[in-house]
Design a protein around this ligand. Structure first.
Ligand SMILES: Nc1nc2c(ncn2[C@@H]2O[C@H](COP(=O)(O)OP(=O)(O)O)[C@@H](O)[C@H]2O)c(=O)[nH]1
Ligand SMILES: [Mg+2]
Length: 355
């Protein structure tokens, strides 16, 4: 059976484990058969319960002791170990049986930019288990506060796209924390679209101590733009709209949308989990407005929206119970987008700053 899923990568602290936990709750609510796989051999107890855990095969502490390696080398070794012992992973995935796999990865950048073990594992997952995976590359949105870090993140994202040779969605995580870092010189959509990077180089040159790096910055930006592969989505893991949008996008990119209809046709939510169409109003939401210019209005608006939906679901359920005389199981219908979800008409309005 073809399997679909996500490989969640990104530097340490980018929010990978938190996202896997959020995603796991989200997809469980949609009744999607899920296998959660922790491939971080140095993970502390993750907030979700992994169905498969690399720490059952090897831990960083054991490898460090046995092979006199540091924590970084031990993590790379662990991936070489999985590569060589791929049968273990294959067997465990088949045993768990979930049609949707979510891999929580360690933050070592070498794994996704140059080391071959992960590439080999991805190839085996594809060839031996018919997995169609999408890489979700998280980077803390804090990088936007520092233009040179943003350029480095663009370069790293491009590097992992080229090295892993998988469909990849780059994500600025913890976008809800952005207002803490002060005014940005450009609108948020400038950073997400990754176009006209000349402007950010010009801006960098107005800063002190960076002029000697001008040529290097411009060369990196030119290369990133020439490839035309890098752009960013945004994510605040506790924001349902934000999670919904990312789930829809990952479903389209890995191809889950084409088989969701078959496997989930009994679910009232199949339309939501598998439909190709965009969320109502999905493309109207301006990330600058949502997370910076009118954040509080949007938060209040969303709270009210979910509250209204919750009440609607409760009403529907009690009507159903009255009709059948039976207690209805708790439905996840509150996750279904309703016609009024960000339809535009009631959405908070704000004059764009258009930088
Ligand atoms: N504000 C905010 N914090 C987040 C978000 N996602 C993760 N975090 C926090 O970021 C920290 C690191 O997250 P973790 O998932 O352990 O990162 P990992 O090392 O990439 O697995 C934790 O304290 C999380 O609570 C988010 O969307 N918003
Ligand atoms: Mg983690």
């Amino acid at each position: 059976m073809t399997k679909f899923g996500q490989i969640v990568i990104g530097p340490p602290g980018a929010g990978k484990t938190t996202y896997v936990d959020g995603l796991s709750q989200f997809l469980t609510a949609l009744h999607r058969p899920l296998t959660r796989i922790n491939l971080d051999p140095a993970a502390d107890e993750p907030p979700y319960t992994p169905d498969i855990d690399i720490r059952d095969l090897c831990t960083v502490a054991d490898i460090m002791q046995e092979h006199s390696l540091g924590p970084n080398g031990a993590t790379l070794f662990a991936f070489e170990y999985i590569d060589v012992n791929f049968d273990w992973l294959e067997h465990r995935i088949e045993e768990c049986g979930g049609e949707y796999l979510v891999f929580d990865m360690p933050g070592q950048v070498e794994l996704t930019t140059g080391h071959t073990a992960l590439t080999n594992i991805l190839t085996k997952l594809k060839k031996q288990l018919d997995c169609r995976l999408v890489v979700v590359n998280l980077t803390d949105a804090h990088c936007l506060a520092e233009p040179s870090r943003y350029i480095a993140v663009c370069l790293l994202s491009l590097r992992s796209m080229l090295a892993l040779e998988q469909p990849q969605i780059n994500v600025l995580s913890k976008i809800d924390t952005l207002p803490r870092f002060g005014d940005l010189p450009f609108n948020l959509d400038y950073y997400t679209q990754v176009h006209d990077l000349d402007y950010i180089c010009d801006y960098l040159n107005t800063q002190r101590h960076t002029s000697r790096l001008e040529g290097l910055n411009r060369a990196i930006c030119e290369m990133v733009e020439d490839f035309g592969l890098v752009s960013f989505e945004t994510l605040a893991v506790e924001d349902k709209q934000s999670m919904t949008k990312l789930v829809r996008l990952t479903d389209r990119v890995c191809g889950y949308v084409f088989q969701g209809e078959l496997s989930e046709q009994d679910s009232a939510l199949s339309l939501f989990t598998s439909a190709m169409g965009s969320l109502p109003g999905e493309h109207d939401i301006d990330v600058q407005e949502r997370w910076l210019d009118a954040r509080e209005d949007y938060d209040a608006f969303e709270d009210q929206l979910w509250k209204d939906e919750g009440e609607l679901v409760a009403e529907e359920q009690s009507r159903e119970e009255l009709k059948t005389g039976e207690k209805q199981p708790q439905q996840a219908t509150h996750l279904k987008p309703t016609a009024n979800t960000f339809s535009g008409a009631d959405r908070p309005k704000v004059a764009s700053t258009n930088k």
